[in-house]
Design a protein around this ligand. Structure first.
Ligand code: OGA
Ligand code: NI
Length: 335
């Protein structure tokens, strides 16, 4: 390929050879379950114990749920998706000023997943931003389109607030005090991945993102109207169809560890299509680097995982490729 990113402004006629997955590792799109229900939770319900039960059930059975009536204005989410679209439609030379393939950078445009580690690439460009504390990072963010910083800052604050509300519900659903997880994770970082999946000439042969689990605590995903996200339930890939004005929430590896395996950080992936570009915005809440993640055991059960710091975990995560075993497996206590 002659460009570092896929979003060149020129449609792709062919899938380059270094995006083609081996036969045994293709999405098999015709086998994806498109009609299953991912739990939808109405956060405006007055029955809080009911919401808590729904959250607990979803975390145990799916590791994923969607929230509606979540209090984030449609103006914010639509503004975020629109600015993301405008960003990826900027001229190539403007965008490339932000390009880096170094995962330690706190602001970068990149492509695929971890270009220096992987052998097969993924049909995705992404802009990765650190977002908390905002004052520390916002000055390094792109200043194009001109309202980028303003729109994205507003969105980030609202996503963070929603994330904390959800962590309270998760704490309570585990029988813990409302603020337990918030306290255990310390001053949480917030990272954002603005994902851009261009139309792909051969979606059957590649991924936008291959199956992975998220290494952080929880992820709040805003997806536009185009399908592509799928979760592995049992041995079936199940589509998470877009629901208007909903966020998709998923449990990351840290909540799986903290819950001592009761809640699942499930495998998920993004597939692409030949017709439409797809945009998604993932907000990751991440424990403070020095926070020690320690499984909460119940009724005298033994901890499945050893204690570790988030810094240790994150380093391990980025030293690997995406489609390997669950990173948490490497932190298990000896049986
Ligand atoms: C992610 C992710 C899914 C999507 O960014 O970690 O899983 O639909 N994204 O873009
Ligand atoms: Ni993910």
């Amino acid at each position: 390929m002659d460009s570092k990113v896929l979003s060149t402004g020129i449609p792709h006629k062919d899938l380059p050879i270094n995006y083609i997955r081996p036969e045994s590792d293709r999405p098999r799109l015709s086998e994806v379950v498109v009609s299953a229900d991912i739990p939808i939770i109405d956060l405006s319900s007055a029955d809080r114990p009911h919401i808590i039960r729904q959250v607990g059930d979803a975390c145990r059975t799916h590791g994923f749920f969607q929230v509606v009536n979540h209090g984030v204005a449609a103006e914010s989410t639509e503004g975020m998706l629109e600015i993301a679209r405008e960003f990826f439609h900027l001229p190539l030379d403007v965008k490339l000023k932000f390009y880096s393939d170094d995962p330690s950078k706190t602001m970068r445009l990149s492509t695929s997943f971890n270009v220096k580690k992987e052998t097969v690439h993924n049909w995705r460009d992404y802009l990765r931003l650190h977002c908390y504390p905002l004052e520390k990072f916002v000055q390094d963010w792109p200043c194009v389109p001109s309202s980028f910083k303003e729109v994205v800052s507003k969105y980030c604050k609202e996503a963070r607030e929603l994330g904390f509300r959800i962590l309270e519900l998760i704490s309570e659903s585990l029988g813990l005090e409302k603020k337990y997880i918030e306290k255990a994770l310390g001053e949480q970082e917030q990272h954002m991945a603005v994902n851009y999946y261009p139309p792909c000439p051969q979606p059957e042969l590649t991924y936008g993102l291959p199956g992975h689990t998220d290494p952080n605590a929880i992820t709040i995903l805003l997806q536009g109207q185009v399908s592509g996200l799928q979760v592995l339930l049992g041995d079936k890939w199940v589509a998470v169809n877009p629901v208007t004005n909903a966020f998709v929430v998923n449990i990351g590896d840290q909540i799986q560890a903290l819950s001592n395996g009761r809640y699942k950080s499930v495998w998920h992936r993004a597939c692409v299509n030949s017709e439409k570009e797809r945009i998604s915005v993932a907000s990751f809440l991440c424990p403070e680097n020095c926070a020690t993640i320690s499984p909460v055991t119940q009724d005298g059960s033994t901890p499945i995982y050893r204690d570790f710091t988030y810094a240790e975990y994150y380093k391990k995560f980025w030293s690997r490729n995406l489609d390997q075993e669950h990173c948490l497996e490497l932190f298990k206590n000896q049986a």
